[in-house]
Write a protein that binds this ligand. Structure first.
Ligand code: FEO
Ligand code: CA
Ligand code: CA
Length: 624
């Protein structure tokens, strides 16, 4: 591989921006005593959930399929009696004035603005008058792919950067089923592209605060664009939530001597970007000229997906961090609760509880405008609590400051540093919530960016965690707004063919279902839990036998986990939603060929393209 094709992952980029010595204090050392303590806590919590042994059983809510074997093929594998087809791929035009995807040029700024974005991630389906509309996040672009037409593999002119910015954001479009296959409806009035340049309103406690004022927006009320849109959420009032994750990697400084603030460092803002070069074409990404611009990203954005003329709203009440997804439930008392992870090594898990209450049929449009943001603290004994982030608890000046500098607020109250919280998913039938802790090579070795220690234990039981785990918790009294909860680990991923210690994984992991780095996590309507992986696909060493990234079906009652789908080479499986009749499952396949090893989905000498596929049962039955 040539040097230009070697792109740092977002995690590698953050590590590079954050060179710190590894401390060697006692709290970072994995001691046998400590591990046993947390193992005891796990079995105690497991007993609480009645899942001590996690033995596979068949339980209500599961459906039959023959699990698929791990593989390293450059295609999608689904079980016998299931089929898949491509719905839309990066660069497919959504309007008749767009251009069919050009594998040689890989598009232009204009063609990309009229087409499905790149690197699809979280997505939701919406239904109106018998029509189906998909809202799909387009998280980022791989330079080596989107600029594969350039010898340098880099953006070389202003139009290349325009193309890159338009590859980001959200694609909203109608789909229809024609002769059994789903496809976009070209020129549908619902089709809408949101990019890194789309105007959006800043709402909530940080609206108009000095931290958000810039040269381009002296009032701190209107921001341009959304980017690095990772996971998603959906509200019962019909809106779509898109979550800004690694927003930091787009900012840079034209002044090499610019002094970074502590806040910039905590959020991974550095003098160099991750290689997108946006600041060379759009000065607002130059922090030495516009130091407040990074404060206007890192939020959950609420979008009315069926109203393309509407203005998306950045909801600062939900805090600013590297948002993974936003899992929304309405508590029995009517308050809206949103669970959210901050996906970086040693960062925190958050909960928002709305001030107002949801009332079906009334105007709920601004329920995410105000409420209480809390952060999780897990105890070794299987209990946990939500710590409210207020000026009183944090010592910070105002709710606005907490909304913008949320990580510092979490540190101030002593939140538990986590192994990269990715998607959160709430059980549809009972008050029980699950969160993927994808991996954390720094666990037990390095503090987080705020200097908070990352001791081994509790829901993060392994030092230098390379496989990940899924934590779950039950709020006290079944009340999502309660201050306390009880937790256990649903699964500890591992490789029992390579290890016979904690890295073999928990009892519900075996040679046939093993995987690493759980990331996407979605419950279906029947209480089945779908796990999507974004991990090491080398199929070697610690990861031998695990193959490409994949999607698994888990039974939350029995703990049984079965592999349902394997993605193509070098992809991550991320994003999941259903058709109105539940007979089609839409699955996202992101960045096949990120290292040059895939031609999915076109094959031959085509460009590899991130893709949304449809999965159906051959007997036409429901699929979750
Ligand atoms: Fe975009 Fe944490 O995954
Ligand atoms: Ca993810
Ligand atoms: Ca991930």
């Amino acid at each position: 591989m040539s040097d230009h094709a070697r792109e740092l992952s977002f995690d590698e980029f953050d590590e590079l921006n954050d060179p710190r010595d590894e401390p060697t204090g006692f709290e970072y050392i994995l001691s046998r005593r400590h591990f046993l303590a947390s193992a005891t806590a796990l079995s105690a919590a497991g007993a609480f959930f009645g899942l001590g042994a996690l033995r596979p059983t068949h339980a209500a809510g599961s459906f039959g399929f023959e699990p698929v074997a791990a593989n390293s093929l450059d295609t999608v594998t689904v079980p016998l009696d299931f089929s898949w087809h491509t719905v839309v791929a990066w660069g497919d035009p959504l309007w008749s004035d767009g251009q069919p995807f050009d594998h040689a040029t890989r598009g232009t700024g204009v063609s990309q603005e009229r087409a499905f974005g790149d690197n699809n991630d979280g997505m939701s389906s919406f239904f109106v008058d018998g029509r189906t509309v998909l809202a799909v996040n387009n998280e980022y672009v791989n330079r080596s792919i989107i600029y594969g037409n350039r010898a340098s593999g880099l953006p070389e002119n202003v139009d290349d950067i325009r193309k890159g910015k338009a590859g980001h954001g959200v694609s909203i479009f109608e789909i229809e089923r024609v002769e059994g296959a789903w496809r976009p409806v070209i020129d549908s009035p619902f089709n809408w592209r949101i990019t890194a340049d789309t105007p959006m309103e800043i709402t909530g406690p940080a609206r108009s605060h000095d931290l958000l004022k810039t040269t381009g927006d002296a009032t701190g009320t209107m921001a341009l664009g959304t980017w690095n849109n990772c996971g998603n959420g959906k509200t019962p009032w019909g809106t779509y939530l898109t979550c800004e994750e690694n927003f930091n990697g787009y900012f840079s400084s034209s002044n090499p001597d610019y002094a970074l603030s502590d806040a910039m460092k905590r959020y991974g803002i550095g003098l160099k970007d991750r290689g997108y070069a946006w600041a060379t074409a759009d000065e607002r990404f130059d922090i030495s000229k516009h130091p407040n611009e990074p404060n206007r990203a890192g939020y959950v954005v609420e979008i009315d997906p069926l109203a393309p003329a509407s203005t998306p709203k950045k909801r600062t009440a939900l805090g600013r961090f590297k948002h993974e997804n936003a899992e929304l439930v309405v508590a029995d008392n009517g308050h809206v609760v949103v669970y959210m992870g901050d996906d970086e090594r040693g960062e925190f898990l958050y909960r928002f509880v709305s001030e107002g209450r949801y009332v079906e049929g009334s105007d709920n449009a601004d329920l995410l405008e105000a409420g209480t943001l809390s952060v999780a603290r897990f105890a070794e004994d299987g209990s946990g609590e939500w710590l409210a982030l207020t000026p009183e608890t944090t010592g910070m000046a105002s709710a606005a400051e907490i909304a913008v500098m949320t990580r510092m607020a979490g540190s101030a109250v002593g939140a538990t540093t986590m192994d990269r919280p990715e998607w959160v998913a709430a059980h549809p039938g009972r008050a029980e919530i699950y969160c993927c802790l994808t991996n954390n090579k720094n666990r037990g070795k390095k503090p987080n960016k705020g200097g908070d220690p990352t001791p081994v234990g509790g829901p993060n039981p392994r030092a230098s965690n390379i496989y990940g785990q899924i934590v779950r918790w039950r709020p006290a009294g079944g009340d999502h707004t309660a201050a306390s909860f009880e937790w256990d680990l649903f699964v500890i991923a591992g490789n029992p063919m390579v290890h016979d210690d904690a890295n073999a994984g928990s009892g519900n992991i075996n040679a046939d279902n093993m995987f690493n780095s759980p990331d996407g996590l979605v419950f279906d309507s029947k209480g089945g839990l779908w796990i999507q992986s974004d991990g090491n696909y080398s199929n070697e060493g610690d990861f031998a036998g695990q193959g490409n990234n994949q999607m698994l079906y888990a039974n939350p009652d029995s703990g049984e986990i079965q592999r349902f789908l394997v993605g193509p080479k070098e992809c991550e499986v991320t994003g999941l939603c259903w058709s109105a009749d539940r007979k089609t499952m839409f699955v996202g396949l992101q960045h096949p060929g990120e290292k040059g090893g895939s031609r999915f989905p076109g094959g031959g000498d085509t460009a590899p393209r991130s893709t949304v596929i449809a999965v159906t049962r051959d007997d036409g039955g429901e699929i979750g």
